[in-house]
Design a protein around this ligand. Structure first.
Ligand code: NAD
Length: 276
C-alpha cells in the first residue's frame, strides 16, 4: 500500500507550496468560456491555474480570479513565456505584458514554454524576475535533460519545476528520475493523455475496484508517482471529479502496472523536434 494521505500541496525546492492538482486552461481562447471554467474551478476548490501567453486567455483568468474574491496569497498562478518572445530582454517585456493581462502584481510560477535556442537567456531573465520577487518560483517547460544541463551551466538558481507531457502512455521515467535528483518538481501536462488510457483494462479494473472514474485513477497515479497534474475540462462535473482524488490510494503494484503502460506515445511534439 502506498501512502494513503498525499497532501494537497507539494513543497518546492525553495519551500513554496504548490497545489498538486491545478486547473489547465489550454484551448479556452473564448473569453466567457475561460472565465466560466476558472470560476467553476475556483468554486470547486482549485487554487492553482495554469495559463500561458500563447493561450490568449490571461485576461479571462485574471477576471475570474478578481471576481472570485479569493485572497491572492491563497492562489498559485502559472504562466509561460511564448517562443517568439524568448531571449533576455524580450522575456522581461513578455512577463510585464502577462502580469498586466492577468491584473496581478506577481505570478507564482513563470516558465520557459518550449526550449528554443535562446533558452539560457530566457531562463536568466526568469531568474532575474525571481530575484526581483516578481515571481515566487522559477521554472521551465518541455525541457529534456540536455536542455536542463544547458540551464544548469549558467543558472544561479536552478529551475524548481519542469512542466512536461506525462501520462500513462508517456510515463517519462528517466526524466522524472533526473529531475527528482535535482529537486525539480514535475508538472504533468496532458495528464489524462490519450483516449487509449480511458479504455485500457488495467485502468478500468482499478476504477471499478475503487469506485472511481478512469480519470480519477490516472490522476491518482500522477500523485502517487510524485507529479503535480493540471487537468483541463470545461464541464463542471469533470472539473470537480478531477480534484476529488485525495480520498483513496493505489497499491504499489497498481501504480507500477499503470506506469508499465508506457509506450513513449506523445500527444504533441517532441521538445527536440518542434516547429513553432
Ligand atoms: P488533459 O489531459 O487535461 O485533457 C485531455 C482531455 O480529457 C480534454 O479534452 C478533456 O475534455 C478530457 N477530460 C478532462 N477531464 C475529464 C474527465 N474527468 N473524464 C473524461 N475526460 C476528461 O490535456 P490538456 O488539456 O492537453 O492538458 C492540460 C493542461 O496542461 C492544459 O490546459 C495546459 O494548461 C497544460 N498544457 C501545457 C503544455 C505545455 O507545453 N507546457 C502543452 C499542453 C497543455
Amino acid at each position: 500500500m502506498t501512502e494513503m494521505t498525499i497532501s494537497k500541496t507539494i513543497t518546492l525546492a525553495n519551500g513554496v507550496e504548490m497545489p498538486r492538482i491545478g486547473y489547465g486552461v489550454f484551448r479556452m481562447k473564448e473569453h466567457d468560456v475561460c472565465v466560466q471554467g476558472v470560476t467553476e474551478a475556483l468554486k470547486a476548490g482549485y487554487r492553482a491555474i495554469d495559463t500561458a501567453a500563447i493561450y490568449q486567455n490571461e485576461e479571462a483568468v485574471g477576471e475570474a480570479i478578481k471576481a472570485s474574491g479569493i485572497a491572492r496569497d491563497e492562489l498559485f498562478i502559472t504562466t509561460k513565456v511564448w517562443n517568439a518572445d524568448q531571449g533576455y530582454d524580450n522575456t522581461l517585456k513578455a512577463f510585464e505584458q502577462s502580469l498586466q493581462k492577468l491584473g496581478l502584481d506577481y505570478v507564482d510560477l513563470y516558465l520557459t514554454h518550449w526550449p528554443k535556442p535562446q533558452l539560457v537567456d530566457t531562463y536568466k531573465a526568469i531568474e532575474r524576475l525571481y530575484e526581483e520577487k516578481l515571481i515566487r518560483v522559477p521554472g521551465v517547460s518541455n525541457h529534456h535533460e540536455h536542455h536542463l544541463q544547458q540551464v544548469f551551466a549558467e543558472a544561479n538558481v536552478l529551475p524548481m519545476v519542469n512542466q512536461i507531457e506525462c501520462h500513462p502512455s508517456l510515463s517519462q521515467d528517466a526524466l522524472r528520475a533526473f529531475c527528482a535528483e535535482h529537486n525539480i518538481a514535475i508538472t504533468a501536462w496532458a495528464p489524462l493523455g490519450t483516449g487509449i488510457v480511458f479504455t485500457h483494462p488495467v485502468v478500468k479494473q482499478l476504477a471499478e475496484k475503487y469506485g472511481k472514474t478512469v480519470a480519477q485513477i490516472v490522476l491518482r497515479w500522477h500523485l502517487e508517482i510524485g507529479n503535480i497534474a493540471i487537468p483541463k475540462s470545461v464541464t463542471p462535473e469533470r472539473i470537480k471529479e478531477n480534484l476529488d482524488v485525495f480520498d483513496f490510494s493505489l497499491e504499489t503494484d497498481e501504480v507500477a502496472a499503470i506506469t508499465a503502460l508506457n509506450t513513449f506515445h506523445r500527444t504533441a511534439s517532441d521538445p527536440d523536434n518542434f516547429n513553432f
